[in-house]
Design a protein around this ligand. Structure first.
Ligand SMILES: Cc1ncc(COP(=O)(O)O)c(C=O)c1O
Length: 434
C-alpha cells in the first residue's frame, strides 16, 4: 500500500520518531519516510514527490525499482535466498565472474560481504596479513565506513570520537588533493607540492602494509589531477606499500567509468565496492584481490548474509542495465551538463562546481574571491528549502559546505534543469535571510 491518508502518514512519521533509533540530530523536514520510489523520484508517505539527488545514498544507480532489477530479484526469490557463506549460489558465482572481468586487471577473485565498511575491514586485514605489517595509511578527509576498523582509516574527528575510545595507533593520515583550496598556488603552476612530504611520512612508518584511498574522494567530490596519482602511486610502490582502492561510492559507473581507477590507470592490489552492487536489494559488498593475496588469507568465518543470492541476482541485473542502457556514458554526459548549467547560474555563493561523471556537487562560499566558507546555518537553510521544494540532497565536504548532487545515473538534462531552477531561487532567498 503506498497511498496513505494524512492521519496514517502522520502516524508513520510519529512512530518513526518513537521506535526507530537515529543516532544523529536531524534537521526539520527529516527524515523523509519514503513510500515509493520510481526512477529518479521518490514519494513520501504524505504523497509529496521529491527528485532524489541522493539515489538512496548512491545505491540506486539505475533509478528506484528499475523493472529489470525487480524482475531478476523476483525470479531469484523463487529459487534460493541465502546459503551458508561456506557454500555458494549460481547468482553469486556469476556476479563474481562478471566483476573479475570488469575490474582493473590482476584482481582474480571477489569476496562478498554485507556493506562497504565490512569490505574495507576485509581488505585491510588481507593487506596486513600479506605484508605481515600492522600499519595502514589513509588520506586526509577520507571516509571508509563506520565500523571500528573502517573508522580507524576515516579522517573525521567527530566520527572517530564516536567510537568512545582512542583509535588508530596503527593508522595515520597522508595528504589528499583539495585543489580548489590548494595552499601552494594556482593549478597552472602545480608541481604536486602537497605530496612533498609523502615519502618521508611513509619512511617514518616502515611497518606500513597498505594505503587505502578512494580514486576520487566522494566527500566533497575531490578528484586529484593525474600527476597527483602518478606521484602518489610511484612513492607507495617504491616502498612496497599495497594500494587498497575503495570504490564503494565511486564504482559501478558513477564517475563516468565502470570503476574510477580507470580515470587514472590505477592498478590496485585490493579493491572494495558496495552501494549499488546489490541493485538496491538488501546489501552486498565486495573485496577483490589477486590470487597471490587470496591464497594465504585467513578470514575467520564468513559474514552470515554475505553474497545473498537475491542481492547478487539484482546486482547482476544492475550491471547489465548499466551496460545496455549506456548509463556510464550518461553519467559522464550529465556530469558535464550539471557542471556547465550550475556555473551558468552565476550565483555569488557558487565557489566551485566539481563533478566527475555524477560524483560531486557544488561548493558554497560567502565570497568567491576569498573562498570564505558559507556558514553552517545558511547551508542547512538551503538544504531545508530545497527539501521543502521537493529536491532531496545531502550536504558534504571537508567544511560541510558542499551540496552533494548524486542522482541515479539515468537522470536527464530536464531533471537537472528542474533542480537548478529551484536552486536559483533558493540561494538568493537564503541570502535575503528567508
Ligand atoms: C567511500 C566509502 N567507503 C565505505 C563506505 C561504507 O559503506 P557502508 O555504509 O555500506 O558500510 C561508504 C559509505 O558511504 C563510502 O562512501
Amino acid at each position: 500500500m503506498t497511498n496513505y491518508s494524512k492521519e496514517e502518514a502522520d502516524t508513520w512519521v510519529a512512530k518513526d520518531e518513537e521506535f526507530v533509533m537515529r543516532p544523529w540530530t536531524h534537521p526539520p523536514g527529516e527524515p523523509v519516510i519514503v513510500a515509493k520510489g520510481r526512477g529518479c523520484t521518490i514519494t513520501d508517505v504524505h504523497g509529496k514527490e521529491y527528485l532524489d539527488l541522493t539515489a538512496g545514498y548512491f545505491v540506486n544507480a539505475a533509478g528506484h525499482c528499475h523493472p529489470r532489477i525487480v524482475e531478476a530479484a523476483t525470479r531469484q526469490l523463487g529459487e534460493v535466498l541465502q546459503v551458508s557463506g561456506k557454500h555458494g549460489t549460481v547468482a553469486a558465482i556469476r556476479l563474481a565472474e562478471r566483476l573479475v572481468h570488469l575490474a582493473p586487471k590482476g584482481l582474480h577473485k571477489a569476496f562478498f560481504s554485507t556493506g562497504g565498511s565490512e569490505s574495507n575491514e576485509f581488505a585491510l586485514r588481507m593487506a596486513r596479513q600479506h605484508k605481515k605489517k600492522p600499519d595502514v595509511a589513509y588520506l586526509e578527509n577520507a571516509y571508509h565506513g563506520l565500523t571500528i576498523g573502517s573508522l580507524e582509516v576515516t579522517a573525521s574527528d567527530k566520527y572517530r570520537e564516536s567510537a568512545g575510545r582512542p583509535l588508530g595507533a596503527n593508522t595515520y593520515a597522508v595528504p589528499n588533493a583539495y585543489c580548489y583550496r590548494c595552499k601552494f598556488g594556482p593549478a597552472a603552476t602545480c608541481k604536486v607540492e602537497c605530496l612533498d612530504g609523502l615519502a618521508a611520512a611513509f619512511d617514518a612508518r616502515p611497518q606500513t602494509a597498505a594505503v587505502i584511498a578512494e580514486p576520487i574522494q566522494s566527500v566533497g567530490g575531490l578528484a586529484p589531477p593525474q600527476k597527483w596519482w602518478d606521484r602518489f602511486d610511484r612513492v607507495r610502490k617504491e616502498r612496497g606499500i599495497l594500494l587498497v582502492l575503495d570504490e564503494v561510492q565511486t564504482g559501478l559507473g558513477r564517475t563516468g567509468k565502470m570503476f574510477a581507477a580507470e580515470h587514472y590507470g590505477l592498478i590496485p592490489d585490493i579493491m572494495t565496492g558496495g552501494k549499488g552492487l546489490s541493485g538496491g536489494v538488501g546489501s552486498l559488498a565486495m573485496t577483490m584481490a589477486p590470487d597471490a593475496l587470496v591464497e594465504k588469507f585467513f578470514g575467520g568465518t564468513t559474514p552470515t548474509s554475505g553474497g545473498n543470492a537475491v542481492s547478487a541476482a539484482a546486482g547482476l541485473a544492475l550491471l547489465d542495465t548499466i551496460v545496455d542502457e549506456g548509463l556510464i556514458e550518461n553519467a559522464a554526459r550529465m556530469g558535464r551538463y550539471f557542471t556547465e548549467a550550475s556555473w551558468s547560474l552565476k550565483d555569488p555563493w557558487i565557489g566551485d562546481v566539481r563533478f566527475t561523471g555524477l560524483l560531486g556537487g557544488i561548493e558554497l562560499v560567502r565570497d568567491i574571491a576569498s573562498k570564505e566558507i558559507l556558514g553552517k546555518a545558511e547551508v542547512s537553510r538551503i538544504k531545508d528549502l530545497l527539501h521543502e521544494q521537493g529536491m532531496l540532497i545531502t550536504v558534504s565536504g571537508t567544511h560541510g559546505n558542499v551540496l552533494r548532487l548524486q542522482p541515479p545515473l539515468i537522470v536527464t538534462a530536464a531533471q537537472i534543469d528542474q533542480f537548478l531552477a529551484v536552486l536559483a531561487k533558493v540561494l538568493p532567498a537564503v541570502r535575503k535571510g528567508k
